[in-house]
Design a protein around this ligand. Structure first.
Ligand code: HEC
Length: 149
C-alpha cells in the first residue's frame, strides 16, 4: 500500500519535472547543435510522457488512440537515443554525465529496454494508463539516475 502511494507521488513529481524541464529548455542557451538535438529529443520524450500524465489526472479526456500514439512516440525516441548520444559532445549547460561514453553499451541497453517496453504496451482503457505510465517513468528514471546530473 505504502509502495502504491510512493509510486503515485513519483509519477506526479515526474510529470511536473518533465514540464519544468521543457520550460527550462527555452533558456538553456546551448550552442552545440549535437547537444541541442539530444535535448530536443529528450524534450519530446517529456512531452509525450506528459500526454499520459495529463490523461491520468483527467486534465485531458481519455483517448486510447492518443495514449497509444504517445507510447509509440516514446518508443521511437528511446530507440533514437543511443544515436543522439553517440558523439561525446559536452557543454556547460548539458546534464549528461561523461560516464555515458565509458559505459555506452549499458546506456544503449537502457534506451533499448524502454523502447521495447513502450512498443509492447497498448493502452485500451483508462485503467491501463497508470501501469503504462509507471513503466515508462521507471525507464526514464533508470537512465537519468545513472547518467544525468
Ligand atoms: C538511455 C538514457 C535515457 C533515457 C531512457 C531517457 N533519458 Fe532523458 N536524458 C538523458 C540524458 C543523458 C540527459 C541529459 C542530456 C544533456 O543535458 O545533454 C537527459 C535529459 C532529459 C531532459 C532534459 C532535456 C533538456 O532540455 O535539458 C528531459 C526533459 C528528459 N531527459 C526526459 C526524459 C523522459 C520523459 C524519458 C522517458 C520517457 C527519458 N528522458 C528517458 C538520458 C535518458
Amino acid at each position: 500500500m505504502l509502495e502504491k502511494i510512493n509510486l503515485k507521488r513519483f509519477v506526479l513529481t515526474f510529470a511536473l519535472l518533465a514540464l519544468s524541464a521543457t520550460i527550462l529548455l527555452a533558456h538553456s542557451g546551448t550552442k552545440d547543435p549535437l547537444v541541442i538535438k539530444r535535448m530536443e529529443l529528450m524534450t519530446s520524450m517529456a512531452e509525450n510522457t506528459k500526454v499520459l500524465g495529463q490523461m491520468m489526472k483527467k486534465k485531458i479526456a481519455f483517448d486510447s488512440e492518443l495514449a497509444t500514439r504517445a507510447l509509440r512516440e516514446i518508443a521511437k525516441l528511446s530507440k533514437a537515443t543511443p544515436a543522439a548520444f553517440k558523439v561525446a559532445a559536452s557543454d556547460p549547460k548539458s546534464e549528461a554525465k561523461s560516464i555515458i561514453w565509458d559505459e555506452f553499451d549499458y546506456f544503449t541497453d537502457l534506451a533499448v529496454q524502454l523502447g521495447d517496453s513502450a512498443t509492447s504496451t497498448t493502452i485500451k482503457s483508462y485503467e491501463e494508463l497508470r501501469p503504462a505510465l509507471m513503466k515508462v517513468a521507471a525507464g526514464c528514471k533508470a537512465c537519468h539516475s545513472k547518467y544525468r546530473e
